[in-house]
Design a protein around this ligand. Structure first.
Ligand code: HEC
Length: 146
């Protein structure tokens, strides 16, 4: 009988399996929590500069980061990622359209924040920070448990 030609030696197979583990997705729960805490830090830092009448243009990289983060937010909540100490409510997955709308609203608020901050208008930026905070709370009310 002919020897099977495409069989991998055992060592090569083990190496492939190990590589597979290395490429596995990181757990989304700690990843998104860390990201959300960072968004909190960004929002507070922008608010502090604006409320002190400082140069809000220096904070534009923070609002840029917020725009990018909230665009990607739904992807950080794949189905099945409700365990591991997550405080996400089941509605994140059962009312996906509403959850994504809340994320889209946060993107819009972050974009408006970036425009205000970029204009250097501290008063307008303070107002945009409050509006951004409203978009955070709106999502938390429906999709995060206490
Ligand atoms: C579209 C929905 C949504 C928006 C918008 C949103 N969040 Fe959240 N946030 C969540 C959910 C859901 C959780 C719970 C995540 C988990 O525990 O898996 C959460 C958790 C958090 C946490 C706790 C993280 C931890 O360490 O447990 C912080 C802080 C936070 N959000 C801050 C913010 C801030 C600041 C904003 C606005 C700038 C914001 N969030 C906008 C849905 C949202």
């Amino acid at each position: 009988m002919a020897r099977p030609r495409f069989l991998l030696p055992a060592g090569a197979l083990a190496a492939l399996l190990l590589a597979g583990t290395a490429f596995a997705q990181p757990d989304p729960v700690p990843t998104r929590k860390e990201g959300l805490r960072r968004m909190q830090t960004n929002l507070e830092a922008i608010g502090a500069v604006a409320n002190a009448g400082g140069d809000t243009r220096d904070t534009v990289p923070r609002s840029d980061e917020m725009v990018a983060f909230f665009r990607n937010l739904p992807a950080l909540f794949p189905s099945g990622s409700d365990g591991n100490g997550s405080r996400a409510r089941p509605a994140v997955w059962s009312d996906r359209a509403g959850f994504e709308r809340a994320a889209t609203n946060a993107v819009a608020a972050a974009e408006a924040l970036r425009v205000s901050a970029g204009s250097g208008d501290a008063a307008a930026t303070s107002q945009a920070v409050r509006a951004m905070g409203g978009a955070c709370s709106a999502c938390h009310r429906s999709y995060r448990s206490r």
